[in-house]
Design a protein around this ligand. Structure first.
Ligand SMILES: [Zn+2]
Length: 409
């Protein structure tokens, strides 16, 4: 008896000439689920609030993001495999190319991705070995030029600015305190010291000398952004008594899983883009239902195609996904509960997340099936779930499985 929660990132849209990639796609399996289930629309956070993928996933797992979200830094850091602890201050980082004379803060960013460098492991190792700070720091690589940095110790603060100028042709920014506070002041000084030492280590690193000889851009700076202090987040199992597994390839979603104490699985060939191995993801999810109470399966590409404004690409991926989820139709719905939804809309027209509610369907033998026969933005609202909040979704599923606790006598 378990819940399989399939979250198709940024799946839904605003209409373009009355149509959306979801409404236009040929999707017999999604439609079958709509027919078998109870349908509705959902505000993953609240009406009118544009969700991030991190805040919306927290809400979908029953965590109030206003209480437990403190910025992207800690979640990205957890997602790349750093064991982030309460009180740690984490940043997102990217390897970049800087040029000029003087200190790191006199230099100009010429590429924020360091020539799209692929393997930064040697650089990360050198930073770990050679940079010395008054507190402990942890650093791990993400995909490509990305990384995460965590500072650990007494008297830290996340009330400090970014060092990433977020544009080429600009100078590296000095980290400054964002509050009149001794801790923030000291933190900013330490971050600036870190920036300078990292630059010195990278500038002279053999890998960068090799890159320069080959005519490639040097990865000679690390730009930091999104400082956040890791909050105390109760583990999912402690909070609910249930075992949670998150299946994802995207660092941010893996990070959400990690900070709530879930087991995180990235199946073979799962990439977090449209070439991901959907077969292995679906197979892993079905298998996980044997050993977990809640399984969250995250599918990323729809969001990416929404950000690209690619109507046809998004539609084609939805059709592919529809075919690949076929094994889910054979689940025993007297035992299991299947939920299919999105974490937010990423409309082609907007190329970013919006607060337009997402369609949601819950399939289980005991649901009050409704009249909805098609899974789309235009049909879902006619269903029996009406309009719900993300934070309530799992409670609804747990009630259907008769494992919800009674409130009152
Ligand atoms: Zn998302």
């Amino acid at each position: 008896m378990a819940v399989l929660l399939v979250v198709v990132d940024g799946l839904s849209d605003r209409p373009v000439n009355g149509k959306t990639p979801l409404s236009e796609a040929r999707k017999p399996n999604l439609d079958f689920l709509a027919e078998r289930g109870i349908n509705g629309i959902m505000d993953t956070i609240a009406p009118g609030i544009r969700p991030g993928s991190d805040t919306s996933h927290l809400a979908l797992l029953g965590y109030d993001p206003y209480k437990y979200y403190s910025g992207r830094g800690p979640i990205e850091a957890a997602g790349v495999g750093i064991e982030v602890k309460p009180g740690d201050v984490a940043f997102r980082a990217n390897f970049a190319t800087v040029e000029g004379e003087g200190s790191i803060f006199d230099k100009t960013v010429v590429d924020r991705r360091a020539g799209r460098i692929e393997d930064t492991s040697a650089l990360i190792e050198a930073i770990k070995e050679k940079v010395k700070l008054p507190v402990e720091f942890l650093i791990e690589r993400g995909t490509g030029h990305r990384a995460a940095v965590v500072f650990r110790g007494e008297g830290l603060s996340d009330k400090v600015s970014d060092t990433d100028p977020k544009a080429v042709g600009k100078k590296v920014k000095r980290c400054v305190p964002l509050e009149e506070d001794e801790k923030a002041k000291r933190m900013a000084e330490m971050v600036n010291e870190f920036m300078q030492q990292v630059h010195e280590v990278l500038e002279n690193h053999p890998l960068n000398k090799e890159r320069a000889e080959k005519g490639l851009l040097k990865a000679n700076a690390l730009l930091l952004r999104g400082a956040g202090e890791m909050p105390h987040v109760p583990r999912f199992e402690e909070k609910t008594g249930l075992k949670l597994c998150v299946i994802a390839a995207t660092a941010l979603i893996k990070g959400v899983g990690k900070i709530v104490g879930a087991d995180v699985i990235t199946p073979e060939g799962a990439t977090g883009n449209k070439n991901t191995n959907l077969d292995s993801k679906v197979e892993t999810a079905v298998k996980a239902l044997e050993s977990y109470d809640i399984v969250l399966l995250h599918i990323k590409a729809t969001d990416e195609l929404g950000h690209d404004g690619d109507f046809e690409g998004k539609k084609a991926f939805i059709e592919k996904l529809d075919a690949k989820i076929a094994p889910l139709l054979d689940l025993d719905f007297s035992k299991h509960c299947l939920i299919l939804t999105a974490d937010h809309s990423t409309p082609i027209k907007v190329k970013d997340h919006t607060a337009d509610p997402v369609p949601v369907v819950i399939v289980h033998e005991d649901v009050r099936r409704d009249e909805v026969r098609t899974f789309s933005e235009f049909e879902a609202y006619k269903g029996g779930l009406c309009r719900i909040r993300g934070v309530d979704l799992l409670n609804i599923a747990l009630d259907l499985l008769n494992i919800a606790k009674k409130f009152g006598a």
